[in-house]
Design a protein around this ligand. Structure first.
Ligand code: NAD
Length: 250
């Protein structure tokens, strides 16, 4: 028996990094996975891995920043698999820049993907999650819990994900659904490998968010996300769970 047997999990950002690791972790524990990502090749690759190991995964290619595509992804999960128990909002984007270089389009993209995408998926999923007494796990960041130089737009967006999680948890406090967030620190994924800091930066401004430990493996995040989504975490609601090697402790 797996802890997610008979459960259906919609995972955004499932094509890569933490989302991919979460899909394989939950599938190994019995969940039927619906991966929603803009990267169709990545989705096909993780679906092949999961089905090759005896699991079940279907895919929806789309953009989480488009509300109609979030609604379509939730509808596809429910119409294909008959129910929805878990929404993991993992899709996200980041980049670094000086404040003076932030453009209107860049600011909007940062908010649309990281904040609005999580909200549109949550809004569409909630009626189904309430039916199943299910739950939402949003992926925030240490950047949403502390001020970070050179990533002001990303920090703003992830701070919004943190408080969106709390506000949703309060609005649904009396209803049978749990809403939590996991806040990673540095994770060794394509996102962090592609991350480029601006030239001419002041490294002393970054000391507070470099920390003392190596980057996490995506599987280490997936373990916590799966725990928070499982019945073992039945008392967790409105929690922001830091998984950052102590980065935000000091
Ligand atoms: N990697 C880190 O160090 C780190 C640290 C803290 C928080 N996070 C957060 O964890 C989450 C996952 O990051 P990751 O490291 O796995 O990154 P990643 O780049 O490996 O994966 C992100 C996934 O999101 C998908 N995606 C991006 N924009 C999308 C859109 N508009 N619509 C649909 N899919 C979209 C990408 O295609 C990709 O598959 C993100 O929310 C990120 O902000 C990452």
């Amino acid at each position: 028996m797996g802890r997610f047997d008979e459960r259906v999990a919609l995972i955004t950002g499932a094509a890569s990094g933490i989302g991919r690791a979460t899909a394989t972790r939950m599938a190994a524990d019995g969940a039927t996975i619906v991966g929603f990502d803009r990267d169709d090749h990545g989705l096909a690759s993780v679906a092949a891995e999961i089905t090759g190991s005896g699991g079940t995964m279907t895919t929806v290619t789309g953009d989480v920043s488009d509300r109609t595509e979030c609604i379509a992804a939730v509808d596809a999960a429910v119409s294909t698999h008959g129910r929805l128990d878990i929404l993991a909002n993992v899709a996200g984007v980041t980049w670094a820049e000086h404040v003076a270089d932030i453009t209107e389009a860049g600011w909007k993209q940062m908010m649309d993907v990281n904040v609005s995408g999580s909200f549109w998926c949550a809004q569409a999923a909630l009626p189904h999650l309430l039916e199943q007494h299910g739950n939402i796990v949003n992926i925030a960041s240490n950047a949403g819990l502390m001020g970070q130089a050179y990533t002001v737009a990303y920090s703003t967006a992830k701070g919004a994900v943190v408080n969106m999680t709390r506000a949703l948890a309060m609005e649904y406090a009396k209803q049978p659904v749990r809403i939590n967030a996991v806040a990673p620190g540095g994770v060794d994924s394509p996102m962090s490998r592609d991350f480029v800091m601006p030239d001419d930066l002041d490294y002393t401004l970054m000391q507070g968010y470099i920390g003392f430990r190596s980057m996490a493996d995506p599987a280490e995040l997936a373990n916590v996300i799966a725990f928070v989504a499982s019945d073992e975490a039945s008392r967790m609601h409105g929690a922001i769970v830091s998984v950052d090697g102590g980065l935000t402790a000091g």
